[in-house]
Design a protein around this ligand. Structure first.
Ligand code: NA7
Length: 876
């Protein structure tokens, strides 16, 4: 960022406890907290005054897009009382005045060198200190180097040929002249239709004689309905300010809100319309982003909201062609930052305003007179660039930072940023980032996130001082674990599909990585707190206090799995093992009745087959296939500990396996314990396989292409059926897909100790299942514990194990034992999953890639390519 001209002389070498880069919301509060700790600190900012973003972005119409009731500090009750925001969304000058007041109230300016850019920061391993240099020749030594340099502070260059040729006036929204600009009578071009363009265009249009907007990507925008601060929020604040701020801190986005559980895909048309219109009238980003609980993850739900916004655009814009060009269609709503506007779309109805759709006629070059597109030459008096920022990493990379062993930050981050909690990065001791990549930052109310970060850093420095530590640095394991968690959180949303600045996609050559943490302000805060309460898990701290390293990963469960567990814990259901078998079955049936149905398949028919103890009900799923088959057949056995479950319980999973693999799935409802104990279920399973084999052709199967599959206890009897078929000399089974199978009864492996409580399938429940199914003396029988049997000559296997499953280690042991016995085995690790989560089709989105692997394994069991498989991406 260009430095403001200033008159300060170069400072000499100095020592401080901390150097803080940036004097916006985060830098000011960081300086305040350092003072509270009694630490010496020096702040630097390239600007001539405080304000950060709000110092630079002075373009007409610049406002915050979070209601000002919430876009404010909460640490200073007096400031909260003294300052009354004049509008729902304050203008840039008002926010800047607010920050000036905050700085003055605490006398922070005296700690800040303005008009000074930090150019380098090098960690000195001998001194255990950072050496900081500035463009004014300052050399400062400090223990802690804190980058509070903002997420959107390095403007992105225009990347348009000839940009330097233009002879008229050139403006960047991000570096607007302090004296303002009068466009009266001028022919003006605006390039860019992000928030800055959308906010400024209606005001520039009021002055310009001609305004031409060059749009590359249309953006979703909703009316801000600006005016007085929302009365409802003001009342809540005045009634209980502390409670309100607390609710904000523990909310998903940093603003108190009651999350909805209404799903767009299942809501009635009336409910959809009513919820959308309410959000539209409210004019708040988090409102329109939360019309439906599933709009951020489900394309169909997202399309409902997006479609309604497009309707509004078409209503607002008179010229149908212009309206269509303004309708965003290339990204899901919310995956690029949506905008709040005042009369943006209506501006295009003015006779002197014109939209140029760069998708139809791209800019070829900027000329001395104006802009040449593929179709036309335009002449202008002024060009306004509203082309955005090198977001989130730009300001961090703008400083030449080297850490331990001369490691350069930009080199370390060449494949994309890597952080622990978005706060620190391994190899760079005592370097803190406020709202860094991997933190909620730009997806949240920044002020709430900033206060949380600063408070965490201040607490960390205090704890270090108290314990006699001088350095702190994340471990490589903790950092890669957090990076993975950040990716997992993003992967279940639609966000990674967009070419957004959240993905680094707006800057040529920048790696495509989803930069912020989308798990929520509340979840993030909890993770940060948990790190501290676990003795700074994932950090190494050194100093007089010793050398302490608590290595580990703070979050390794898939985020949607964790969410389901949290919801289930909140339901207060009785533990299954305290119920009778009948009551437990009723509870399972009630849960099954309210879940998503799973994908469509071509045909679902119920039937019965003869079994050793009477008829066995089955359900057949036939895949959609152009040639109508025949198909390979998979005989599937449901889970439920031999006690629970039926044809309905695993119905969504069977549909999913059928649709993905292109095989017919025959799900068998075998006899259950305690009514029919061991070995009834295993006998039924073998009989079912024999019957399906004998009836392959009439069931629509391909002779010789038969596999078995099962989940949990179903996995147990599926593999036992393989043992029995081998021993009986048939039928020939091509493969066995065993999903979290039970293969022994000991319950002694480490996964029982790690996961035996709290993840739905508990040790107590497993014991209850075994007690219902088999006598202790029977449990060593290979038909109950197949791991103990002869494993030679069994069919090829795919064994799926889940990290948070008590059965994990026996599944792994079975895979190893099969391998040792010469059976081809594929082991699929369901990272971050529980025993039950893979079966939650349409609920646990992170299970979809694992189910895709399962279906792939099924397809691989059969010699010929399977017809009728649908693409994995089309199934949730
Ligand atoms: P944004 O949201 O990054 O918007 C930049 C806009 O400029 C966007 O429409 C870009 O189109 C467009 N752009 C960028 N480069 C070009 C070139 N070379 N040619 C044509 N158009 C271009 O930045 P803002 O400043 O508006 O907003 C940033 C954030 O500040 C905002 O999200 C709020 O959080 C506040 P593209 O979409 O890349 O096709």
């Amino acid at each position: 960022m260009t430095r403001d001209s200033g008159t300060k002389p170069a400072a000499v070498s100095a020592q401080f406890d901390a150097v803080v880069v940036g004097a916006g919301f985060s830098g000011l509060y960081m300086l305040y907290q350092l003072r509270q700790l009694g630490m010496s600190a020096k702040g630097f900012d390239a600007a001539a005054d405080v304000g950060g973003t709000w110092y630079w972005n002075r373009y007409p119409g610049a406002r915050c897009d979070i209601p000002t009731t919430d876009y404010a500090y909460s640490f200073d009750p007096e400031l909260e009382k003294e300052w009354i925001w004049s509008e729902k969304y304050a203008t840039q000058p008002e926010i800047l005045d607010y920050l000036r007041l905050a700085a003055d109230r605490h006398g922070l300016r005296s700690d800040i060198e303005f008009s000074t850019t930090v150019t380098s920061a090098h960690w000195d391993e001998g001194e255990n200190r950072w050496k900081i240099t500035t463009d004014r020749g300052n050399e400062i030594w400090c223990r802690y180097y804190i980058m509070a340099s903002g997420c959107l502070s390095i403007p992105k260059s225009a990347e348009i040929e000839g940009a330097g040729q233009f002879a008229g006036q050139v403006y960047f929204t991000s570096q607007w002249p302090h004296e303002g600009v009068d466009f009266t009578g001028q022919r003006v071009a605006v390039i860019g239709t992000g928030s800055s363009g959308i906010q400024s265009i209606p005001l520039i249009a009021r002055q310009a004689s001609q305004l031409t907007v060059f749009q590359r990507t249309p953006n979703f925008s909703i009316p801000a309905h600006n005016g007085p601060a929302p009365a409802e929020r003001l009342v809540q604040l005045s009634d209980d300010r502390d409670g309100y701020r607390h609710a904000a801190r523990w909310s998903r986005g940093g603003i108190p809100a009651e999350p909805t559980d209404v799903l767009g895909v299942t809501a009635s048309e009336d409910v959809r319309r009513e919820r959308f219109e309410a959000a539209w009238d409210q004019g708040e980003l988090f409102g329109i982003l939360g019309v439906f609980a599933d709009q951020g993850v489900n394309p169909d739900s997202n399309d409902i909201v997006a479609g309604m916004i497009r309707e509004k655009i078409r209503l607002a814009v008179d010229d149908p062609e212009t309206a269509e060009a303004l309708c965003p269609k290339d990204h899901y709503f919310g995956t690029k930052r949506p905008c709040l506007d005042t009369g943006y779309f209506e501006t295009y109805n003015l006779p002197h305003v014109r939209l140029v759709d760069l998708r139809k006629q791209p800019i070829i070059r900027i000329t001395e007179e104006g802009i040449d597109t593929a179709d036309q030459s335009f002449e202008f008096d002024a060009i306004v660039y509203a082309t955005g920022f090198d977001a989130m990493t730009g300001a961090l990379a703008a400083v030449d930072v080297t850490g331990r062993g001369g490691l350069s930050l930009t080199e370390k981050w060449a494949p994309g940023p890597s952080t622990y909690l978005g706060l620190m990065t391994a190899g760079f001791p005592n370097l803190f980032m406020i709202t860094g990549p991997g933190s909620p930052s730009v997806l949240s109310n920044m002020t709430v996130s900033i206060e949380q970060h600063v408070d965490w850093v201040a607490g960390c420095l205090r704890d270090m001082r108290d314990a006699g530590f001088d350095t702190i640095e994340p471990t490589a394991l903790a950092e890669s674990g957090w990076d993975e968690h950040v990716r997992d959180c993003a992967a279940i949303t639609l966000h990674p599909t967009a070419s957004s600045w959240y993905m680094g996609a707006n800057v040529p050559g920048k790696p495509r990585v989803f930069l912020p943490y989308i798990g929520g302000v509340n979840a993030y805060r909890q993770a940060c707190d948990d790190v501290v309460s676990q003795g700074y898990l994932g950090f190494r701290r050194t100093g007089r206090g010793g050398d302490q390293c608590r290595d580990g990963v703070i979050r390794s469960m898939q985020p949607d799995v964790a969410m389901v567990l949290e919801i289930m814990a909140g339901l207060g259901l009785p533990p299954m093992e305290t119920l009778s078998a009948g009551d437990a079955r009723a509870l399972m049936a009630a849960a099954a009745a309210i879940r998503p149905p799973g994908p469509e398949v071509a045909e679902v028919t119920d039937g019965v087959m003869p079994g050793p103890g009477g008829d066995l009900p089955y359900r057949l799923y036939r895949p959609a296939a152009a040639d109508q088959g025949p198909h390979p057949i998979v005989v599937y056995f449901h889970g439920g500990g031999w006690v629970l479950g039926d044809l309905d319980s695993d119905d969504p999973l069977c549909r999913d396996l059928c649709a993905r693999s292109g095989a017919v799935v025959v799900s068998v409802n075998y006899r259950h314990a305690p009514e029919a104990r061991f070995p009834a279920a295993a006998q039924d399973a073998f009989t079912a396989v024999q019957w399906v084999d004998a009836n392959t052709v009439s069931l629509g199967g391909i002779p010789g292409q038969l596999a078995v599959a099962g989940w949990s206890a179903g996995g147990n009897i599926a593999t036992v059926a393989c043992h029995l078929a081998r021993d009986a000399g048939g039928p020939r089974i091509a493969g066995q897909l065993l999903i979290n199978p039970v293969v022994e009864s000991e319950m002694m492996r480490p996964s029982y100790a790690e996961n035996g409580d709290g993840y739905i399938l508990t040790t107590a429940l497993m014991r209850w299942f075994w007690d219902h199914y088999a006598d202790p003396a029977e449990r060593g029988d290979p038909r109950a514990a197949p791991l103990l049997g002869n494993l030679a000559d069994l069919p090829s296997a795919c064994i799926v194990t889940a990290d948070f499953d008590p059965l994990r280690d026996e599944g792994v042991a079975y895979a190893r034992a099969l391998d040792a016995a010469g059976v081809p085995v594929r082991h699929v690790r369901a990272r971050g999953h529980t025993h039950t989560s893979l079966t939650m089709v349409g609920i646990v989105i992170s299970g979809a890639p694992v189910r895709a692997q399962m279906a792939g394994a099924l397809a691989d069991f059969f010699p010929a390519p399977v017809t009728g498989a649908v693409s994995n991406s089309s199934i949730g």
